[in-house]
Design a protein around this ligand. Structure first.
Ligand code: SF4
Ligand code: SF4
Length: 332
């Protein structure tokens, strides 16, 4: 069977809750997007986690709850939160850096946790560890093996930058050996710590991205791995849609800020805030004031925050609109 990547349009009636239950982490990755000045340093209480999850629960919609941090397994009540999320009808995922603190594999079960996702930025310690920290590759791989052996569905997230793009294809044999079911390839964003680095040092060009990522995804899919990667560049004439307008995504932080667009997370323009366990819509100039602006460059926030990513012709017209960062291609 020939594997062809398809763009997965935003699905009406589906909602995704990206729930940062704390911002603390044992690692200090080069591209970490957590910004404690903007996202707080709190760790949510059990009561807050339960009440905040209920704010977004809607049995009429397929709802995905993705637990994030910081490192979410550092929260001792994560197993409780997973259980409550399941009771509220969510499809539940935990994104971990691989350390799996607090005996997560023992304290929860594959019946409650639908997917356990591990971040790896290289197929070996030589590539991964300069980005994520010394010894991280070994620990992460050992815990992937443990999780798979217990019966958890495991996925891996790989954040592509100039530092590891050339190693991406070597992930395929590793993922097969580890029996990983899903592979998420992400593009490095200019948020958090990455915003402080010279973008030429880390960001891949359009050519570099298109020369490598779709082909690696196709080969991985042929071998039975389901691969998801961001669309990033639209072809001229291809339809642009802003997820902030056509889909429901909530990026929830422990200081109560709730964003609809991940590109906005470094700025106090969150559309909503959770106050006293209630979801409050913010007034004034907020992220959602920008979502409906129609520009030829595609994503408005990309144009405002990282204009270097846009190429223009000699008449000043954008060559390729930038897609919504939440628009994905899937193959496999
Ligand atoms: S594991 Fe995640 S939260 Fe922790 S430093 Fe790395 S990117 Fe940041
Ligand atoms: S990334 Fe751009 S297109 Fe997507 S939600 Fe944000 S502003 Fe809208």
């Amino acid at each position: 069977m020939k594997h062809i990547a398809k763009t997965v349009g935003f699905k009406p009636g589906e909602r995704n809750i990206f729930f940062h239950i704390l911002t603390a982490c044992n690692l200090s990755c080069c591209h970490c997007y957590i910004n404690k000045d903007q996202h707080g340093t709190q760790q949510l209480t059990k009561e807050q986690m339960e009440k905040w999850m209920a704010l977004f629960a809607d049995p009429a919609k397929k709802s995905n709850m993705i637990f994030l941090g910081g490192e979410p397994t550092m929260h001792p009540d994560l197993p409780f939160a997973i259980q409550k999320a399941k009771e509220l009808g969510y499809f539940v995922t935990v994104d971990s850096n691989g350390y799996l603190f607090n005996d997560l594999l023992v304290k929860t079960s594959p019946d409650l946790l639908d997917f356990l996702s591990f971040s790896l930025d290289g197929p070996d310690a030589e590539t991964n560890d300069p980005i994520r920290g010394e010894g991280v590759f070994e620990t992460c791989v050992a815990n992937i093996k443990r999780a798979v052996s217990i019966g958890f569905n495991v996925s891996v997230i790989y954040t592509v930058s100039r530092k590891n793009l050339s190693s991406l294809s070597r992930m395929i044999p590793l993922l097969l050996e580890l029996k990983v079911k899903k592979f998420f390839i992400q593009v490095i964003g200019l948020r958090g710590k990455s915003a402080l680095t010279d973008s030429d040092e880390i960001q891949v060009s359009r050519e570099q991205w298109l020369d490598t990522v779709p082909e690696v995804a196709r080969i991985a899919a042929e071998k039975g791995i389901h691969v998801t990667y961001p669309k990033v560049f639209l072809s001229p004439g291809e339809k642009f849609e802003c997820a902030g307008v056509v889909s429901e995504n909530f990026f929830v932080f422990p200081n109560g800020r709730v964003y609809q667009c991940p590109l906005c997370e470094d700025h106090p323009i969150n559309a909503y805030t959770i106050e006293d366990n209630r979801l409050v819509k913010n007034n004034g100039l907020r992220e959602d004031s920008f979502f409906r602006l129609n520009i030829e460059e595609g994503c408005v926030m990309n144009k405002l925050l990282q204009p270097d990513t846009i190429e223009y012709d000699e008449r000043g017209r954008a060559l390729y609109p930038i897609s919504c960062c939440l628009l994905k291609q899937e193959i496999g």
